[in-house]
Design a protein around this ligand. Structure first.
Ligand code: IPE
Ligand code: IPE
Ligand code: MG
Length: 253
């Protein structure tokens, strides 16, 4: 029995397999509070947060999701003390390398969304290697958002669309939502069905501004290092109770 199956059995939960979210996005917040609450340096909170990334990625596989997008570093996080930023960059790089065997075991394809050319060169190289090495895996897509900003992403896509139009490759009127989505970092992924934020803040912090237009939101007070597969299942259970209307009139379930 897998970990997820055990949790479902223990809780007596039957998930509606037809109503599963395909893509879950998570704002992994609260690492700093987790560490400072224990009198530890913030960087240790990030190390602990990485362990949660491992367990939640594995649980997402077991649940049969298509995609899991994890917000690891925002374009605004450069404003943090250099020491913390350096520790985060080093952690992300090491984690990505260390996870290659587990990505193969779980058939995970790694994808990265963000403005990558501003990252340290060694991290850029690791991203290129690990995404290439896992590119043939056909299961869950783990999409790490690194140096990601929703506004930046939209701006870069708008510039790209403008270039195409200026080069005569497309008429401005032909720039549709589908076309534009294809210019975003997340091209190829369905929009998230469910957006989870840990650590209680009620804001989106520049995450997936275009893609979350109709995502269901779920916020928990639990800090990211304490977040467990059982919490992910709680979020999915709650999601399955919602009526998604997409602007239409739909009779409540
Ligand atoms: C989220 O945890 C991780 C990153 C932003 C990289 P925080 O470091 O923001 O944790 P808090 O919000 O300070 O508790
Ligand atoms: C959002 O968390 C960014 C990540 C989780 C990487 P922050 O901690 O940076 O967000 P704010 O500053 O509370 O909005
Ligand atoms: Mg935070």
């Amino acid at each position: 029995m897998t970990g997820v199956e055990q949790i479902l059995k223990d809780k007596g939960i039957i998930l509606n397999r037809e109503g599963m979210p395909r893509h879950i996005a998570i704002i992994m917040d609260g690492n700093g509070r987790w560490a400072t609450g224990r009198g530890m340096p913030r960087a240790l909170g990030h190390t602990q947060g990485y362990l949660t990334v491992r367990t939640i990625s594995h649980a997402a596989c077991e649940l049969g999701l298509d995609a899991l997008t994890l917000y690891a570093f925002s374009t605004e996080n450069w404003r943090r003390p250099k020491e913390e930023v350096d520790a985060l960059m080093a952690l992300i790089e090491k984690a990505m390398r260390d996870e290659v065997p587990s990505y193969h075991r779980d058939n995970i394809r790694l994808m990265v969304s963000g403005c990558l050319q501003e990252l340290p060169q060694s991290l850029q190289n690791t991203i290129a290697e690990v995404t290439r090495e896992t590119s043939k895996n056909t299961g869950l897509v783990v999409n790490l958002a690194i140096n990601y900003g929703g506004r930046r992403e939209i701006l870069e896509a708008a510039r790209e669309a403008a270039k195409h139009a200026c080069a005569g490759e497309i008429e401005p009127a032909e720039i549709t939502e589908e076309y534009f989505s294809g210019l975003l970092y997340t091209r190829g992924l369905p929009d998230p069905d469910l957006l989870i934020r840990t650590a209680g803040e009620l804001r989106v912090s520049n995450f997936l501004l275009w893609q979350i237009a109709y995502s269901e939101l779920w916020v928990t007070e639990t800090l990211w290092p304490d977040f467990e597969p059982a919490d992910l299942i709680d979020a999915i259970m709650d999601y399955q109770k919602r009526t998604r209307k997409f602007g239409k009139v739909v009779q409540a379930k």
